[in-house]
Design a protein around this ligand. Structure first.
Ligand code: PEP
Length: 690
């Protein structure tokens, strides 16, 4: 479902992107054509001539640039959120316009694709509805668009796109459209373009006659025309079918003075003719008239006819002739046709046998060097095979290639960064793993005052068997009451379990009835002793000072200490856990040397979690374990801290042990209740295997 969503969004994004790029580009390379279209729309809403030309021309360049740029941004998934919203807005407005066009038909061709593709208003509406749906899909989930260029490098593509399209527009405005999609393109045979092929559909008309008889009027068609008793009143004819319209259907040249139609004569003329085209001479750019005169002189020298074509009246023609000294004749043609022939006012075309051989904007007229012989021998006198392929190659070199190179460089850069990051993470991971390896993973059981000798022996035997059959992945310690120590020590001989006591005296030796010294514990074969357990602090009033004595004696006698610390519920609620733990460490073990401290294992046991069934969450436990390690690092240095095992204790069970033990600062557990049954204890030991 998720993949389908991704595919859907990306299909829509490509559909929109490619359409926007195409429609934006074909408009951008014909800024005058787009300006004429804007003027058509303004005329349709009775605003013809309200806006000055420079505003409509700027709008033409601006709209095309926005459309093209949005297409590129979609294609490269640049600024995904903002761009998808802008595209939706654009499509919303365009769809509303096309609904209006469809219903009222104020402009025949919407101009969406410039002159490259002509659509009927119905087709435009259908196209825009499809694109609107695509725009909605993309705007709903813009982040599904897969990026081709990473964010830090997107500005390069953005600026390059905008500069490219605006410069292309300005270049085509100065010169002529890069691609000429009109029927008067170079190589076009005007007469052929006017031909109606045999068998082409003819336009169809229907006439209705209104006749009257005895004061009654009725309408009749040709098929039911009545007898002569009906008198003719009126008739109306409507076109029911368009028929075939040739690409060139409005080309007519007329002598403005005599009114003679010169179209056929001019098109049938053998050889070359220069035609200066100016839809309106009043608006024609006269800065290059010197170059036009030069061409006229050349034309006279070479006996090439030259004439002007304009829709302007005689007065404007005379003004032009006076201003430029033009001696060539001017004929009249339709302004729209002239604007279609060449996007320059004035512009020059070279005809040969009715075929358009060459075209120039007034800014790029042929130079004297180019006009250095008869036209037949000159490059400009031949149809330049500057083919579509050549032009597409130019665009590829100037636009597609740089963007492609940018994309490839960016991908390479992103890949190197990703590799570096991967390496860095791997290094950190390895370091953490190594450090973790350096300290022991421990699961220690604290039987407390729960099992008699026989029960204890039975449990140890069961554990022995279970762990011999399934070797643990950590150190296992059982801490038993004093009475079990010697017996259990005998049972554990050579087995993967270590032995510890739950307490030892704070005196070395002597008349302390009922007490068991560290030396005595050690003599049983035990290796560990639990000190500082909250139950001993609480019920037997073991103060930090007493514990300090016990720790020193234990270490002195070769025992390793499992030193317990932890806060009460009230202290946790008052957020004092760190403070409490640090004070307990400072009170009893932080006076040791680093060498002595190397034999201390810390057990963090929140008092509110011991035997209550409440466990600290793994994040809570990790947070305070990390704090304890940092306190040890502060006191003994980083290396000692990294080597110190810190166990968690407090309702630890087989079910929560894996999550707790997965935390980087939790090195195992001190287990109470769950250490009394082999299966429960083994379940926790096995957490290190997960
Ligand atoms: C303990 O007393 O050390 C202890 C962690 O107990 P329990 O596991 O039963 O909470």
């Amino acid at each position: 479902m998720k993949t389908a969503g991704y595919i859907g969004v990306n299909v829509c994004r490509f559909l929109l992107g490619i359409t926007f790029i195409f429609s934006g580009y074909v408009k951008a390379i014909d800024p005058l054509g787009t300006q004429y279209k804007i003027a058509d729309y303004l005329a349709a809403v009775n605003l013809a001539g309200v806006l000055p030309d420079w505003i409509t021309l700027t709008a033409s360049v601006g709209v095309s640039a926005v459309e093209f740029s949005l297409g590129i941004f979609l294609l490269f998934a640049i600024q995904r959120r903002q761009v998808s919203r802008l595209v939706l807005l654009f499509m919303g407005v365009m769809t509303l316009i096309s609904v209006w066009l469809f219903l009222s038909n104020p402009v025949k061709d919407c101009g969406c694709f410039g002159d490259a593709i002509h659509l009927s208003n119905g087709e435009t509406l259908a196209k825009n509805l499809v694109l609107l749906v695509a725009a909605v899909v993309v705007a709903c989930r813009p982040l599904c668009m897969v990026r081709f260029i990473s964010k830090p490098n997107q500005w390069i593509a953005t600026n390059y796109t905008v500069v490219f399209i605006v410069v292309s527009s300005l270049f085509c405005l100065y010169d002529l459209p890069f691609f000429d999609f009109r029927p008067y393109h170079i190589g076009a045979d005007i007469r052929k373009g006017m031909e109606i092929p045999a068998g082409a559909p003819q336009p169809k008309f229907e006439t209705t006659f209104i006749l009257s008889k005895d004061g009654v009027q009725r309408e009749f068609g040709l098929d039911n025309y009545p007898d002569s008793t009906w008198a003719f009143v009126n008739s109306k004819t409507v076109q029911t079918e368009e028929g075939y319209v040739p690409p060139i259907h409005d080309f007519a040249i007329c002598d403005g003075t005599s009114g003679e139609d010169l179209t056929a004569q001019i098109l049938a003329r053998k050889g070359y003719s220069f035609v200066l085209v100016s839809p309106y001479l009043e608006q024609a750019d006269d800065t290059n008239f010197g170059a036009i005169d030069r061409i006229y002189e050349y034309a006279r020298r070479e006996n090439v006819p030259m004439f002007g074509l304009t829709a302007s009246r005689n007065q404007a023609i005379r003004r032009w002739q006076e201003l430029t000294g033009a001696e060539y004749p001017f004929y009249t043609a339709d302004a729209t046709t002239l604007k279609t022939i060449i996007r320059s006012n004035p512009g020059l075309i070279l005809l040969k046998n009715g075929v358009v051989v060459n075209k120039w904007s007034h800014n790029r007229l042929p130079t004297e060097e180019e006009l250095n012989g008869p036209l037949e021998q000159l490059d400009i006198g031949k149809i330049n095979p500057a083919s579509i392929t050549e032009k597409i190659t130019m665009i590829a070199l100037w636009f597609v290639l740089p963007l492609l190179l940018l994309t490839l460089t960016d991908r390479l850069w992103a890949w190197t960064r990703w590799m570096k990051e991967k390496k860095r993470r791997n290094k950190i991971y390895q370091l953490l793993k190594k450090r973790r390896k350096m300290r022991k993973k421990i699961v220690a059981g604290n039987w407390k005052m729960n099992l008699n000798l026989q029960e204890g022996v039975a449990l140890v035997k069961e554990l022995n068997e279970a762990l011999s059959a399934d070797q643990p992945n950590c150190d296992v310690i059982v801490c038993t009451p004093f009475i079990h120590l010697a017996t259990v020590a005998g049972l554990l001989n050579g087995k993967p379990i270590s032995l510890g006591a739950e307490n030892c005296a704070d005196k070395e030796k002597g008349a302390y009835t009922g007490e068991v010294s560290a030396e005595m514990v050690k003599s049983t074969g035990a290796e560990y002793v639990i000190l500082g357990h909250s139950e001993r602090r609480q019920y037997y009033r073991e103060t930090p000072e007493i514990l300090k004595e016990k720790v020193e004696l234990a270490l002195k006698n070769g025992l390793k200490v499992i030193f317990c610390i932890g806060e009460t519920l009230e202290e946790r609620e008052a957020n004092k856990q760190n403070e409490v733990c640090k004070a307990e460490l400072e009170g009893s073990v932080f006076h040791l040397s680093a060498e002595e401290f190397a034999n201390v294992v810390i057990a963090y046991e929140p008092i509110w979690a011991i035997g209550t069934g409440k466990t600290a969450t793994s994040d809570q436990a990790e947070e305070i374990h990390a704090f304890i390690r940092s306190a040890i690092a502060e006191k003994f240095g980083k290396d000692v801290a990294e080597q110190t095992s810190i166990l968690y204790g407090g309702s630890c069970k087989a079910s929560n042990a894996p999550e707790l033990f997965a935390k980087p600062n939790i090195d195992g557990g001190l287990i109470g209740g769950a250490a009394l049954k082999c299966a429960d204890f083994k379940g926790i030991i096995d957490a290190w295997k997960k």
